[in-house]
Design a binder for this molecule. Sequence first.
Ligand code: 13P
Length: 280
Amino acid sequence: MSLVKMTDLLAKADGTYAVGSFNVSDMEMAMGAIKAAEDMHAPMIIQIAEGRLRYSPLDLLGPIMVAAAKKCKMPVAVHLDHGGTMETIKLALDLGFTSVMFDGSKYPLEENIARTKEVIALARKYNAAVEAEIGRVGGAEGDYKAVDIAVTSVEEAKRFAEETGVDALAVAIGTAHGNYKSKPQLRIDRLKEIAAVVKCPLVLHGGTGLTEEDFKNCLHNGIRKINIATASYDSSAREIKAIHDAKPEANYFDFSNAIVEGTYKNIKKHMQIFGLENKA
Ligand code: 13P
């Protein structure tokens, strides 16, 4: 079925399920993701964050991600996660990504609105969609300094969505990127208030470590896209360590296959929780 637009996938998510958006960092992770989508007969978004490009340069990984989406028998959107610079955003669009995130959460509201509008104007030339962030998700996606959570204000989210016409909006409702040090306090009350006044699909970042109940609570109350990164990296690292411990003669290909398997297992598990089976 191949490469599709993120907005087409999110438009179909009706509150009984949410679309998983899974970070990948190499061909093996992309292969694990395809395998999970095909096994589950599920739509999927694959993404890479600007903060991880030190390990996986976009001009090398991007074409692999686009090729993976085209190869997959299920609909797959290819997305730039946490884009921070116009240069990276333009490169992703040139490479054929069907959506980009502009993360202007560190800027004052007016500046976030103005910069997001510039990204939208550029993305429209490529018929691509744009995700933005309002409030601030905690932690850090990639090599940046971890930040504290700033819960999204309902008024700001409404104003931001109306003034920018953004296609998807990431909200901060108590989640953080990376593994949680203590149980996150989800603000489902705030999510409901935002969902009541913001028309575009809402996005949950910091999915790793949430419980099945947390995910269901979020997708039943307005979240349409859920990001998972750390859990796939951890699952792949666990597979590699298990093979290393169990098989002293393990070679390079055993380890690269462990990345495929580790990613596959984690994505499949989350697709089941998000209600994605047979939704392609
Ligand atoms: P986790 O690493 O916590 O799963 O967060 C993923 C994410 O939100 C990517 O933007």
